[in-house]
Design a protein around this ligand. Structure first.
Ligand SMILES: Cc1cc2nc3c(=O)[nH]c(=O)nc-3n(C[C@H](O)[C@H](O)[C@H](O)COP(=O)(O)O)c2cc1C
Length: 156
């Protein structure tokens, strides 16, 4: 199975998670690309596309949103897709921020919705990995959880 993992990252946490997910796949059939360097043509022979971004205001980062919008309609038909994000833990925020986060949501469900709208077949629920503070670090255990999530994707 040819796998493409696309990530976006400001402070490096989402990239760390993407690299942990990538370890689940045979390296000769897997590409890991920063969204800044990916082109629509990179999607052509891919059988599983995984896209991850930090959550910014409940959405993916702008570069990821721009890339997703560039994918032509139906271009993901016949391909498996999955999405992840990094985010704050709502339970650790103030009441007001918790309410806001619940209202605006997270990046991964939005990414997955677009991938499916472009024809992709979702093989997992969208997944979020927790950072502590804007710049991280990742919460203990999240890297292991990412490796396991990747493993489950590789088996589907
Ligand atoms: C401007 C800004 C807005 C953010 N908005 C949210 C948000 O709506 N929900 C959330 O859970 N985390 C939010 N965060 C936390 C980011 O998701 C966190 O900084 C990110 O996961 C770090 O990933 P990176 O190290 O790959 O850049 C925000 C961070 C910044 C800087």
């Amino acid at each position: 199975m040819k796998v493409l993992i696309i990530f976006d990252s400001m402070y490096g946490n989402t990239e760390i998670i993407a690299r942990d997910i990538a370890k689940a796949f045979p390296q000769e059939n897997m590409r890991l690309l920063n969204v800044k360097e990916v082109k629509v043509a990179d999607l052509l022979d891919v059988q599983l596309l995984i896209v991850g971004s930090p959550t910014y205001g409940g959405r993916p980062k702008q570069e990821t949103q721009t890339f997703l919008e560039m994918i032509p309609d139906a271009a993901l038909t016949g391909k498996k897709v999955a999405a992840f994000d990094t985010r704050f833990l709502a339970a650790e925020q103030s009441f007001g921020l918790r309410l806001l986060m619940k209202t605006i949501g997270y990046a991964a469900p939005r990414i997955l919705k677009i991938l499916v709208a472009k024809g992709g077949e979702a093989i997992s629920a969208p997944e979020g990995f927790i950072v502590q503070g804007k710049q991280g670090a990742l919460k203990d255990g999240e890297r292991e959880r990412a490796a396991l999530w990747g493993k489950n994707l590789s088996l589907s």
